[in-house]
Design a protein around this ligand. Structure first.
Ligand code: UT7
Length: 321
């Protein structure tokens, strides 16, 4: 028997307001045609003032708990992956803990931007396997709309807000269910290619997202294909064994190019970028929840998660649902 972190439930939450490309084109010099052709994005959800990273995360967490058949009091670990916390401190995870009514437990945030959910899953997996917690809520939640420069057409059309959550529970298993392997990477020498030009210790302001899109694109395809190869190699499997890939939803062209490099058919890839745009740390758990709820991802499926973002950071996980 092996103690593993098993996916018990998923959940998600989106802000009420949905914004189309055409609506953005009224504000900046862009077009629906350009955005769809270059990115695959058609809509994004934008948080209203009463919707925050913490409230969206708590809503997603409640759904995931219900899907798992657990109560908030069962949870021993809450991790929120976010680059847009409600406050500089305390961690948004502690806010989520309070909002869902979870008693004393471990709660902290992980900052790895778009790869944050993969980092959080990897940390939760380790903590579950070593016995620090039996049930964990792992959440990716963002309100990127608050850190966008709404006059910069090269970035403001690309991002959206939302949250996704999973419950991971410890089980002693004899089969190959659960999280089988994770791989994480960071290369800080590329930090100026995708960053926020503010922060508490530098400008004392929140700042705005700045990105050299073409460079990020190039690194993303190379790094994501490589890390998928690594994580599959760790468990002795190949691309043909994968039932579903749930990729970070930054750009349909990145997703297509990565799948092509690995020889993965497009109908094995979960796509939400058209509806949600890039929700950073929330994009993978949001897409995972969608595919679980619509019945595409079923028990027994081999699922691969991957993401790449600012830092650069990137990572992948392979799990049997
Ligand atoms: O979450 C992880 C991080 N993010 C990513 O993974 C994003 C990675 N990068 C990308 O997805 C793409 O590079 C973008 C979607 C950001 C840009 O697509 P691209 O095909 O690399 O376009 P580009 O940056 O080379 O720009 C092409 C042209 C430029 O005009 P000129 O210089 O050729 O005249 C831009 O000024 O498109 C122009 N442009 C726009 N035009 C209309 C840039 N943004 C827009 C826009 N609407 N919103």
């Amino acid at each position: 028997m092996t103690r593993r972190a098993i996916l018990k439930g998923t959940g998600s939450a989106l802000p009420r307001k949905r914004v189309s490309n055409a609506e953005l084109a009224e504000r900046v010099d862009t077009s629906d045609e350009w955005i769809v052709e270059r990115t695959g994005i058609r809509f994004r959800h934008i948080a209203e003032p009463d919707e925050t990273t913490g409230t969206l995360a708590a809503a997603a967490a409640k759904e995931a708990l219900m899907a798992a058949g657990l109560e908030a009091s069962d949870i021993g670990l809450v991790i929120v992956a976010t680059a847009t916390p409600d406050n500089t401190f305390p961690a948004t995870a502690t806010k989520v803990q309070a909002l869902i009514g979870a008693p004393d437990c471990i709660a902290f945030d992980v900052a790895a931007v778009c790869s944050g959910f993969l980092y959080a899953v990897s940390v939760a997996d380790s903590m579950i396997r070593t016995g620090a917690a039996d049930h964990a809520l792992v959440i990716g939640s963002e309100t990127f709309s608050r850190i966008l420069d709404w006059d910069d057409r090269t970035t403001c059309v690309l991002f959206g807000d939302g949250a996704g959550a999973v419950v991971l529970s410890a089980e002693d298993v004899e089969d190959d269910r659960g999280i089988l392997a994770t791989r994480l990477h960071a290369e800080g020498q590329y930090s100026d290619m995708l960053y926020v030009d503010g922060g508490p210790s530098t400008t004392g302001t929140v700042g705005h997202v700045r990105m050299q899109g073409r460079e990020v694109f190039r690194h993303a395809v190379t790094n994501l294909a490589a890390v998928l190869g690594e994580v599959l190699g760790d468990v002795g499997l190949s691309a043909s064994d994968i039932d579903w890939v749930v990729p970070h939803q930054a750009n349909k062209r990145i997703i297509d190019a990565t799948a092509k490099k690995l020889g993965l058919p497009a109908d094995r890839v979960v796509l939400t970028v058209d509806q949600h745009a890039n929700t950073s740390a929330a994009s993978v758990p949001l897409a995972l929840d969608l595919a679980v709820r619509d019945g595409r991802i079923k028990r027994g499926d081999l699922v691969v998660l991957e993401a790449m973002g600012g830092g650069f950071t990137w990572g992948a996980a392979v799990l049997r649902v």
